[in-house]
Design a protein around this ligand. Structure first.
Ligand code: PTJ
Length: 270
């Protein structure tokens, strides 16, 4: 594989952040991203994506809202119904929630596949090591040789035993082009993305508009709740989901929230 790689030297400055800081959790998540960059998991572009995600999280209110819970329910049912589910892991996901991804994989039987937009042998190994350290025993996607049809370049590479033959793929913090290509290849695609305006959100079968750090633990709990449910119930949960309606709910939520904040400010009530 021919890719150009240049090393970025990262200087991490650690200052103690008091627990009482109003944005303590967010600052801790940022630290995980910076550590991920230093370890070679995250690419610099991943930090830009993260910043965009933070901005949408701000607009949503940094809480898992009802539209996300509905998508989580449909996603859990779909994962339990799938014949060959695969969890796609990129650098940002590995840095933020390797442990939760491994737990979800164990709970659902979904395979874990390293799947990188900015692919290099070094990064494949770094992401695989992070998953192994989080408890994964089988990791696909290293030395991947198959391609997602109609997608050019390294970003089309997938594992023959993983995404290539999967009937369902779960992705988070993902590029819209790849989501679209996976749908065209006939797969059910679940996306976790804070941006309800992204192409990933529009093209996915199910979009969980939430932060991956909040959504993944909730998705695993939902899988546990639905585990004993009948196939009929699972089919009902999965098929009653309407992605367009959920995206509309997310956009209306942001609009109403901003409307309320603006009127409060205008009337001096903020
Ligand atoms: O590790 P690689 O090489 O596979 O590269 C990964 C990145 C993230 C660089 C690549 O997939 C990319 O460029 O993604 P995009 O096109 O920037 O899309 C990422 C989407 O995820 C954006 O819509 C962000 O709003 C959203 N996002 C960012 N952080 C989070 C998030 N969604 C949920 N939770 C987050 N923490």
């Amino acid at each position: 594989m021919k890719t150009e790689t240049s090393q970025v030297k990262v200087t991490i400055v650690r200052v103690p952040v008091p627990r009482s800081h109003p944005r303590f959790e967010l600052l801790m998540v940022r630290e995980r991203m910076v550590e991920g960059l230093a370890k070679g998991l995250v690419v610099p572009e991943g930090l830009i994506s993260h910043g965009r995600g933070e901005c949408f999280d701000y607009l949503i209110g940094e809480k898992t809202e009802v539209f996300a819970l509905k998508a989580i329910r449909a996603a859990a049912a779909s994962l339990l119904l799938a014949g060959k589910p695969v969890i796609s892991v990129n650098g940002n996901l590995a840095a933020l929630c390797a442990h939760e991804l491994v737990e979800l994989s164990k709970a659902t039987g979904a395979l874990l596949e390293v799947n990188l937009f900015y692919r290099s042998r070094l990064r494949e190994q770094a992401v695989a090591s992070a998953l192994r350290a989080a408890g994964a025993s089988r990791i696909l996607g290293v030395n991947a040789s198959k391609r997602i049809p109609q997608l050019k370049g390294f970003r089309s590479l997938v594992d023959a035993k993983g995404i290539f033959e999967a009937d369902l793929v779960l992705l988070g913090i993902e590029d819209g082009d790849r989501v679209e290509a996976l749908r065209r290849a006939g797969k059910k695609v679940i996306v976790i993305d804070l941006n309800p305006l992204s192409r990933s959100a529009f093209k996915a079968s199910i979009t969980i508009i939430d932060n991956v750090v909040r959504a993944l633990p909730k998705l695993r709990l939902e899988v546990e709740k639905l585990r004993g449910a009948s196939k009929q119930r699972l089919h009902r949960e999965a098929s009653s989901y309407d992605n367009g309606k959920i995206l509309a709910e997310a956009l209306n939520h942001i609009r109403n929230r901003l409307g309320t904040l603006a009127s409060n400010l205008a009337s001096g009530r903020s």
